[in-house]
Design a protein. Sequence first.
Length: 168
Amino acid sequence: MIAERPRPWPDRDLELLPAVVDYFRFLHDTAVDKVAGLDEEQARATPIPTSPAISPLGLIQHLRAVYRQHLQIHLVGSDLPPLWFADDLDSEFRIAPDATVDSVVAAFDEEFSRASAAVAAADPAATIIAYGEPVRVGRFLVDVQQEVARHVGHLDIVRELIDGAKGE
């Protein structure tokens, strides 16, 4: 049996901020593409028995919460309220009864607009305090991108389980 390998975080300066902004856009649009063509029932489907809160729309809502928490609250110090709660780890994955694919994606797009403006204005060499620890902004942005990319991968899997659609 192969043991898990240590995965140290890369510690490199991020100097190509325009590329980072473009990559955030690419990941955002890819996430939206994963719900394109799904009807309301499919978009709410939770096909993974061990993760009953995970649906395509739930993942989009979670990514919205990621943008808010990391890029608005931590990166720019916005006083917008968080979209997740420590006492309910699945809260941002639950879809309100009156929510639709269109309304969830619209809220995601709105959050992305604020988040991408924050990223575009960021100084990668600056230091912020995130989760009580100092971190260089460039490193923080890379960490956020890897989190978003992982969830886009989750969207790939969930979408394939729902209707057989694969990858890009």
